[in-house]
Design a protein around this ligand. Structure first.
Ligand code: ADP
Ligand code: 5GP
Length: 235
């Protein structure tokens, strides 16, 4: 692929889809990979728009045929990124955005180390639960079992955030969208650090070195005490 590969992951309900759809209206030249999944469509989801909805048999046939860049089983369903998404973005001269879970992200990071990985955090477990419940109600699929399994999975996924190049908290939507946009533009070299007023945003999101990123994440860890709010024993 000629362009940049962006990977975005977040615990389910953090607001990743909301952020990504807003980002796509603000940034040009960014292709979105439509994943394959065996889960049923939710709410107003349409085949070929949010996902390619498929059967387990067909998904397993695609695995065997080597059609996936990565795939994973998430919440009992298969999800995967078609290898062809890379070719399509390359042919169109665009960057490519993958919205995938942490298992898939780790596979892509290994295969494509230059990929730019971004982890999105909810402001707190309580807000995550509230967002999951609100979405379930809006989509008329209020399953307590589904909500509880997604909250449990969130605790595991959050431990992986340290493997990502960027981490941002989706608290105030407009600010999180602006940070996400700043990351994309920074990676493209369309924004420069310290270039004047209004550049605090990319200063916060862009890291000149690995040490700087570690320093940023340490500060984030301080103001966002994962261990306490998520009951982690480490990390
Ligand atoms: P995800 O794709 O991470 O599973 P969604 O984008 O579906 O999450 O968002 C989950 C719910 O939270 C949706 O109802 C969405 O409208 C809401 N939401 C997303 N971001 C915010 C935000 N910053 N503030 C308040 N609500 C939000
Ligand atoms: P949802 O069912 O809420 O749409 O997605 C559940 C999880 O699957 C989310 O974390 C989402 O990022 C992830 N996901 C969506 N598409 C893919 C994919 O192609 N590969 C992998 N590994 N995960 C995906």
């Amino acid at each position: 692929m000629a362009g940049i590969l962006f990977i975005i992951s977040a615990p389910s309900g953090s607001g990743k889809s909301t952020l990504v759809s807003q980002l796509r209206t603000l940034v040009e030249g960014l292709d979105f990979s439509i994943s394959y999944t065996t889960r049923a469509p939710r709410g107003s989801e349409t085949d070929g728009r949010e996902y390619h909805f498929t059967t387990r048999a067909e998904f397993e046939r695609m695995i065997a045929a080597g059609d996936f860049l990565e795939w994973a089983e998430v919440f009992g369903n298969y999800y995967g990124t078609a290898m062809s998404a890379l070719g399509h973005a390359k042919d169109a001269g665009k960057d490519l955005l993958l919205d995938i879970d942490v298992q898939g992200a780790v596979q892509v990071m290994k295969k494509m180390p230059a990929a730019v990985s971004i982890f999105i955090l909810p402001p707190s477990p309580q807000v995550l639960e509230m967002r999951l419940r609100n979405r379930s109600e809006a989509e008329h699929v209020t399953s307590e079992k589904v909500i509880q399994s997604r909250l449990a999975e969130a605790r595991t996924e959050l431990k992986q955030m340290w493997d990502y190049r960027y981490a941002l908290v989706n608290d105030v939507l407009d600010q999180a969208v602006a940070e996400l946009r700043a990351i994309v533009l920074c990676e493209r070299g369309e924004l420069r650090r310290g270039a004047g007023a209004g550049f605090e945003l990319q200063d916060r999101c862009c890291f000149a070195s690995f040490e700087e990123r570690v320093e940023y994440l340490s500060r984030l860890r301080t103001c966002y005490p994962l261990r306490i709010v998520y009951g982690f024993s480490s990390g």
